[in-house]
Design a binder for this molecule. Structure first.
Ligand SMILES: [Zn+2]
Length: 246
C-alpha cells in the first residue's frame, strides 16, 4: 500500500531527473530495488552515464572534453550528461578554441550546454539543443588580475547578464528571465570584449556555422556579422552566453 502511494512521487522524481540529466530517472527507479538506495542511485547513475559516454557514437554524438585546454565543457554539465554534440560540431568547437588560443594565448573556451547523448529530447530550459548540432559557449571574463581562464561570474555559466538596451518588455509567459535578485551575488568580473570580438569574427568566417545568437546590443558593440540573430523576446536571453548551431 505504501509503495503504491509512492508511485506518483517516484514517477515525478524520475521524470524531473530524466529531463535534467537523461540517465538520472532510470537510475532513480532502478535504485528503488536496493536496500541502500542512495548508494545504489550514485553507482547506477555513474554506470549508466559511463556507458553512454562510450556508446554515444551509436547515436552520432560524442562527449566534449571535460578537462584540458584550450577547450573544455563546464564540469557540472559534464556530470549531467549535457555536453554531447555531433562530431562535426565537436570539430567546429575545437577549431574555434584553437584559433582563440592562437589569437589570445592562454585562452580557454568553455562550453556550457550541448545536448544529451542519445535521442532528440530537448535540453530544458532551452527550447532547442535537441539534435547535437547546438552548443552554448560561456563568455570570456576578466577579474582584477586580468583574463580569468575558464572562469565565469555565475557558477552555472548562465544568468550573469550583461544587461543593455533592449526592445523586449517583461511578458507573462517568457523564458527571458531577468533574475535581478541574483545579480548582486556575482563576483566582480567584466566581459572580455576583445575575446568576444575574436570569437564572433571566427564564427562568422566558419562556413560550417549556421546561426549564432547573441543579444543585439552586444552584437552591435562587438562587431557581429550576418550570422548573428536575435532569438526573440520570449526565448532565453543571450547576454550571458553565446549560442551557436550548424
Ligand atoms: Zn543555446
Amino acid at each position: 500500500m505504501r509503495l503504491r502511494a509512492a508511485v506518483p512521487l517516484h514517477a515525478s522524481v524520475a521524470l524531473v531527473l530524466t529531463v535534467l540529466t537523461f540517465t538520472g530517472g532510470a537510475a532513480w527507479l532502478s535504485a528503488l530495488a536496493f536496500r541502500r538506495r542512495w548508494l545504489a542511485l550514485g553507482a547506477l547513475y555513474l554506470a549508466l552515464s559511463a556507458t553512454l559516454w562510450v556508446a554515444a557514437p551509436l547515436w552520432g554524438r560524442q562527449p566534449m572534453p571535460c578537462w584540458g585546454e584550450p577547450l573544455r565543457a563546464k564540469g557540472i554539465y559534464c556530470a549531467m550528461n549535457r555536453t554531447y554534440v555531433t562530431p562535426e560540431l565537436a570539430l567546429v568547437l575545437a577549431d574555434l578554441a584553437g584559433a582563440m588560443e592562437a589569437a589570445h594565448p592562454g585562452t580557454i573556451t568553455l562550453m556550457l550546454d550541448g545536448g544529451f547523448p542519445a535521442t532528440n529530447l530537448p535540453l530544458l530550459p532551452h527550447l532547442s539543443h535537441d539534435d547535437g548540432q547546438k552548443a552554448d559557449l560561456a563568455f570570456w571574463y576578466r577579474d582584477a588580475q586580468g583574463y580569468a581562464p575558464a572562469r565565469t561570474p555565475s557558477p552555472l555559466g548562465y544568468f550573469a547578464f550583461e544587461a543593455g538596451p533592449t526592445d523586449c518588455r517583461p511578458g507573462s509567459f517568457s523564458l527571458r528571465w531577468n533574475l535581478a535578485w541574483l545579480q548582486p551575488f556575482w563576483p566582480e568580473m567584466t566581459l572580455d570584449g576583445p575575446r568576444l570580438e575574436t570569437a564572433l569574427a571566427l564564427l562568422e568566417a566558419d562556413g560550417r556555422v549556421g546561426k549564432v545568437f547573441v543579444e543585439p546590443h552586444l552584437a552591435q558593440r562587438h562587431g557581429a556579422g550576418s550570422k548573428v540573430r536575435f532569438q526573440g523576446c520570449r526565448a532565453a536571453r543571450h547576454d550571458d552566453h553565446i549560442h551557436l548551431q550548424l
